[in-house]
Design a binder for this molecule. Structure first.
Ligand SMILES: *Cc1c(COP(=O)(O)O)cnc(C)c1O
Length: 364
């Protein structure tokens, strides 16, 4: 059996450090918003190259707090993509704004800057590109579009910790960026977690207040807020894992290179990003000519897999009220029919990658 994802090999490799971090928190007497969260925020901001970072409860909350902090709300429209799962759209709706979708490029499956102008209206306030699978979206073109029209740019970095765009870490280019520490992510907690980064001090103040009931440190709500805190145990674990992130990302890249070489002549396309960027390989995604046959072969061999994502958000039942029909976003819709994620995580054995490749080649 080869699972699609398993956090345990990495845990076993770092067990002493992680267990010690958890024990340190339990002995400290402080479980919420203490020294670990403060130190992790500082270390993560330094890693991304932003002035500040604020730990929150999830990647979805990080998007919600970034939108609220940038004063996006009812009556506003936000441009994003439909092939990256529900969270970005759920966050836009949670602040009372309307999602407007931009199709993706057929080669990279990332937001196509050529579609931005047509999706814009006088109510557009913000753009949220998703660095899908670990590949940075075209931040030059998207950033230029935002500057031209006075829109805020929020990077969804939930799948791209450590990826770079023209040598700069993703998350440092937009007005704000959201990271998730959901266990499967490149930097994964052992539970839920997320974080907002940015460089405007006014935005930092709004996000910090809104993370906890709108408090400014004294129990009086200055603005309406939420309860969305990163806890001390997760922050302590994340501090350990952040120190090893360059190494675990390099391991992901090497396993991905092994897949790419093995599948060179296979009947599939690979989602490998554009030039000018470093891919963080959150997922290794292939686009087989016959996805059903490949899935059947993986199932028969006891090999895990995933589909990220099976349906574009604009066609999901919950979002029917948007009134969008099949054919609206042809590349996003096609991508959902094609993509297949193969096992990829730190500690996955190279020989397991070889077995996955052999299984797929024999099914082709
Ligand atoms: C995981 C993910 C999120 C949300 O993160 P949670 O921590 O699960 O709330 C947002 N956007 C993308 C693209 C993601 O993959």
């Amino acid at each position: 059996m080869i699972p699609a994802f398993d956090y345990r090999p990495e845990y076993h490799a770092r067990r002493e450090e992680i267990d010690a971090a958890i024990a340190r928190v339990l002995a400290s007497g402080r479980l919420i918003l203490g020294e670990e969260v403060r130190a992790f925020e500082e270390e993560f901001a330094a890693f991304v190259g932003t002035a500040w970072a604020v730990g929150v409860n999830s990647g979805t909350d990080a998007l919600i707090l970034a939108l609220r902090g940038l004063e996006v709300g009812p009556g506003d429209e936000v441009l994003t993509v439909a092939n990256a799962g529900v969270p970005t759209v759920a966050a836009i709706r949670a602040v009372g704004a309307e999602p407007r979708f931009v199709d993706v490029r057929p080669d990279t499956l990332l937001m196509d800057p050529a579609g931005l102008e047509a999706a814009r209206s006088p109510r557009t306030r913000s753009v949220i590109p998703v660095h899908l699978y670990g590949q940075p979206a075209d931040l030059d073109a998207i950033g230029a579009f935002c500057s031209r029209h006075g829109l805020s740019l929020i990077e969804d970095c939930a799948q791209a910790h450590g990826a770079t765009w023209r040598g700069r870490p993703v998350g440092s280019i937009g007005d704000a960026a959201a990271f998730s520490f959901y266990p499967t992510k490149n930097l994964g907690a052992y539970g839920d977690g997320g974080l907002v980064v940015g460089s405007s001090r006014g935005l930092e103040r709004r996000v910090r207040m809104q993370r906890m009931y709108g408090f400014a440190g004294d129990g009086h709500a200055r603005v309406e807020g939420l309860n969305s805190r990163l806890d001390e145990i997760q922050a302590a674990i994340l501090r350990v894992k952040l120190r090893h992130l360059a190494e675990t990302n390099a391991e992901r890249a090497s396993l991905a290179a092994r897949y790419s070489a093995g599948l060179r002549d296979a009947p599939c396309r690979l989602a490998l990003g554009a030039g000018g960027a470093t891919h963080a390989f959150h997922l290794f995604v292939v686009r087989p000519v016959d996805r059903d046959a490949w899935i059947a072969a993986l199932d028969a061999a006891g090999i895990g897999h995933g589909i990220h994502y099976p349906e574009p958000v604009h066609l999901m039942e919950a979002y029917r009220f948007l009134g969008l029909v099949p054919g609206t976003l042809p590349c996003s819709e096609q991508a959902c029919r094609e993509v297949l994620s193969l096992p990829l995580y730190p500690g996955l054995e190279p020989r397991a990658v070889d077995r996955v490749v052999e299984t797929l080649l024999s099914a082709s």
